[in-house]
Design a protein around this ligand. Structure first.
Ligand code: KQY
Length: 372
């Protein structure tokens, strides 16, 4: 078994690399539960298979799947994608997988956060979540990476870093009492510095309207490169997202990053508004302890929820009226990468998007693999 270290990443000189730094590969989990994914999860599985295939064009991809679904998943996934048996409660690898940090000698290790299904017994989205809790150490074991156990309830989708000492977070999510009720803001901030190896925390307020994670940053904003942030945007004053995006824009304009730079903000138009249809809601099985799906409910749709792969961007296609504009903005923002769009409404219906279902493993500097 790989070791759990008693120290912290910052104490050992480790810090989280940005998502746009080179990757050794990417991990996903297979969507299975019929009380979150409609029609026995089949439409979502087809969408996940397309996402895995798109990312596999840029870097190695591994998917964790339950024993019961192994054969069916193998049949749907491209041959280039590695499949491993792994129990899980749902398919949000960004949140239940490890957050990797890299050291001064280029070695990579993983941080294992505590997970409470985005809010625990009262606000959480399902119970139990014990299998999800074990995903990060299992991934690290397979990747042969040592790990840190962070004394903090947190999810990978709740943070973004620029790899140069800055982190982006939302107060709505990370400071929510449903995550770490016993910790004060300054204690949470100290732990974030310690386990992400960052020095500057850039706090935004609220996340995307009706995001059931409680405002994850990865649906609202992300770093494009050091000094540049991409933000989900609407010009419609009556849209419930309008004020949160305005507030985020103002905070980003006022912020300085860890190197003292002002931030440039790239605005990505929001799709929609998109809502769940009656047929979509009816396809989800009702189960005790999970949130029922309702026809007409506003979906937390955002193009910011894309994945940055080696030499590529894999973005969600969500609305024919805005997809092309969003793709053009991302192409300009990431000139060295190919932008691939994948139809992602089925992922959105489950409560997240492409970034939420993926987790990168950074390339260790001693690695000689031929990635960018
Ligand atoms: O967006 C995410 N990072 C997770 C969404 C969880 C939704 C569960 N129904």
């Amino acid at each position: 078994m790989t070791r759990t270290l008693a120290s912290t990443p910052a104490a050992d000189g480790f810090a989280m690399p940005a998502e746009f730094a080179p990757h050794a590969g990417c991990w996903l989990l297979w969507p299975e539960r019929p009380d979150n994914w409609r029609d026995a999860a089949r439409p979502a599985q087809l969408a996940f298979a397309q996402v895995a295939g798109a990312i596999a064009r840029f870097e190695p991809v591994t998917v964790g799947v339950s024993t019961a679904h192994y054969a069916a998943a193998r049949a749907l996934l491209p041959a280039a994608v590695r499949l491993v048996e792994m129990a899980h409660d749902d398919a949000w690898m960004r949140d239940v997988g490890p957050t990797c940090v890299a050291g001064p000698d280029g070695a990579v290790r993983g941080v294992h956060w505590h997970f409470n299904a985005w809010g625990g017994l009262e606000d959480g989205l399902y119970f139990p979540w014990d299998q999800d809790e074990q995903v990060a150490p299992k991934v690290l074991e397979i990747e042969r990476l040592e790990r840190y156990r962070a004394p903090l309830v947190l999810e990978g989708g709740a943070l973004h870093v620029d790899g140069e000492g800055s982190a982006l977070l939302t107060e709505e999510c990370v400071l929510n009492a449903d995550r770490n009720p016993r910790l004060k803001r300054r204690e949470i901030e100290a732990l974030l510095r310690e386990y992400l190896g960052v020095t500057q925390l850039i706090w935004l307020g609220k996340g995307v309207f009706n995001d059931e994670t409680g405002g994850h940053i990865d649906n609202l904003a992300c770093f494009v490169r050091p000094g540049v942030v991409c933000l989900t945007w609407t010009d419609k004053r009556r849209d419930p997202q309008y004020r949160s995006s305005q507030d985020a824009w103002q905070r980003l304009r006022d912020a300085r990053d860890a190197r003292g730079r002002r931030l440039e903000v790239v605005r990505l138009p929001m799709p929609g508004p998109l809502k769940m249809t009656r047929q979509e809601a009816d396809g989800v099985v009702r189960a005790e302890g999970t949130r029922p799906r309702r026809a007409g409910e506003r979906l937390a749709a955002s193009y910011v929820n894309f994945y940055i792969a080696n030499r590529g961007i894999v973005m969600p296609l969500l609305d024919a009226r805005t997809d092309r504009r969003a793709a053009a903005i991302l192409k300009r923002a990431f000139p060295g990468r190919r932008v691939l769009g994948v139809p992602a409404r089925e992922i959105l219906l489950g409560g997240g998007n492409i970034h939420c279902i993926t987790q990168q493993i950074p390339l260790a500097r001693s690695d000689t693999g031929g990635t960018s």
